[in-house]
Design a binder for this molecule. Sequence first.
Ligand code: SF4
Length: 347
Amino acid sequence: MEAPLDIIRAVRQQMGSELVILTHHYQRPDVVSCGDFLGDSFVLAREAARSKARVIVFCGVHFMGEAARILARPDQEVYMPDPGAGCPMADMADSDDVAVALERLADLAPGRRIVPVAYINSSAATKAIVGRAGGLCCTSSNARAAVVEALRLGDLVLFLPDEFLGTNTAHLLGQPVVPVYDPHAAANSPAGACGGLRKADIDGARVIVWKGYCHVHTWFSPDMVTAVRSKHPGCRVVVHPECRPEVVALADGSGSTAWLVDEVLRAGPGSTTVIGTEINLIQRLARELPDRTILPLASSLCPNMYRTTSTRLARLLQGFPAQNRLSVDPSVAADARLALDRMLALA
Ligand code: SF4
């Protein structure tokens, strides 16, 4: 039986520029080795929008493939080796719940224009609600610019679904008060409140965050930062902004996946960098840069990203089965695209 990597190589050679393979930083090393572009969700969304290839294969999780489908031309086809690779954080912001939240918050904040900002880690249906409401998408690379833009357009931002990226971004913008909207509290709220919030909770706020999180990043704790500093004196600790604010506060810096990679490159030979993010990225950097020490704050793996294997990629490329092809309802895609295009325009 032919090895998966040989099959992938042969199909790539045969299809040439008709095929582009996009791989996220958190993918397995053998999958990354098969990609034309490696990047975070912002870089890959931009590549999907620019690609001239007839077939786009997205090695990542479902919301990323869906965003690529929305941004691609109608004559392009978008596939994933495992379309069942989801993201629990994206599932935490159901589109119906977001629509209800925008209505109820508008009642709670009369006279203030609420502009939603959807992290790209959200479903197409949620992005569509945000696009329709005049909001925009963001990634961890441009969350700050997106919130600044939303505050230019309105008076109050609803940031979803990641409570911690939203809170860390609001703190960077000098907003100390960041109320949390809990969609599960909505049905039980007493009169005059919604999502567990009362008018007084949001009166002085400019940013409200949705109660959602990424378990890969909330796994990191302040104790881990303290322990690693005593074990590796002089090390630099950098973390992803999906980490809890108390972890970010103890780190030497926080930024997107692309920023974390740049930090390691900037640190130079002989340096020791401890990174709080997904383990596959950290292990790959450590292998590629043996002249410096690169360590995980703790081992934290995204099981959803891990579902994509070179075997599944090879199987996809052998026949491009219909069940691996992504499609988004055209009316949803049109409104979601508004939010994605507003994000791409930020750059
Ligand atoms: S790392 Fe977290 S946010 Fe990213 S896909 Fe995995 S679960 Fe979702």
